[in-house]
Design a protein around this ligand. Structure first.
Ligand code: 13P
Length: 249
């Protein structure tokens, strides 16, 4: 079976901590107005928590799905400031990013916690988008595969049935927001490494997105790689024409 044929492309915009109700409305209107140029590609946006209601209202019934950028590992309770998986479901979220490098680096999220969050998300019916990626120092030390394997291990340990419902995203930390992009071949090399682990687990069909300074101008060459199934887009997802051109690529 050639799983590349059954892995539908997926392009997710990660708005990070950007936006206002006014700017979001313009962005969402632009996406809805222009989405006819996109074929055979699932599109989604991951918005800050306070705007999920706005995003849900704007995107309901459009074919563009939405999600959040983080989630608690707890179901409910005395966890001030946390957001439960079921709350995201309540706002119609399909996706939630877990283990983004900014959360690992700035909020001390460990590989184990990332797996716990992914598991909690799955239990509530969300599809976790699990992010992995090495730093520049790790890349230069030739540790990329080792780091990715370590980050993935507790997630893959959740088992094939769970992992089958996830999406993975490879985001080299050195390429995020820096304008540096992994070359298509560099990215493909890591994606193939991740694919091999998924295949070993029996879930080769799981989509693996690339993230890190993806733009309309480099999307096509990245998507030409056999193990790159789409993109997790930061900065360029805040500009509707740019995001749509990436999804159209
Ligand atoms: P940029 O596309 O802005 O580099 O961000 C990538 C990213 O972190 C998406 O999650």
């Amino acid at each position: 079976m050639n799983t590349a044929l059954i892995r539908k492309r997926l392009v997710i915009g990660n708005w990070k901590m950007h936006g206002t109700q006014v700017s979001n409305a313009m962005l969402l209107t632009g996406l809805c107005a222009g989405m006819a140029v996109v074929h055979d590609c699932d599109m989604a946006v991951c918005a800050p928590f306070p705007y999920l209601g706005q995003v849900a209202a704007a995107l309901h019934g459009t074919g563009i799905s939405w999600g959040a950028q983080d989630v608690s590992k707890h179901e409910q309770g005395a966890y001030t400031g946390e957001v439960a998986p079921a709350m995201l479901v309540d706002f119609g979220c399909k996706w939630v990013l877990v283990g983004h490098s900014e959360r690992r680096a700035l909020h001390g999220e460990t590989d184990g916690l990332v797996a716990e969050k992914a598991s909690a998300a799955l239990k509530a019916g969300l599809a976790p988008v699990v992010c992995v990626g090495e730093t520049q120092a790790q890349q230069q030390a030739g540790q990329t595969h080792e780091v990715i394997a370590r980050q993935l291990a507790p997630v893959l340990a959740l088992g094939a049935e769970s992992v089958a419902k996830m999406v993975l995203a490879y985001e080299p930390v050195w390429a995020i927001g820096t304008g540096l992009t992994a070359t298509p071949q560099q990215a493909q090399d890591v994606h193939a490494f991740i694919r091999a682990q998924l295949t070993e687990l029996g879930v080769p069909q799981v989509r693996v997105l690339y993230g890190g300074s993806v733009k309309a101008s480099n999307a096509l060459s990245l998507f030409a790689m056999s193990d790159i199934d789409g993109a997790l887009v930061g900065g360029a997802s805040l500009v509707p024409e740019e995001f749509l051109r990436i999804a159209a690529a």
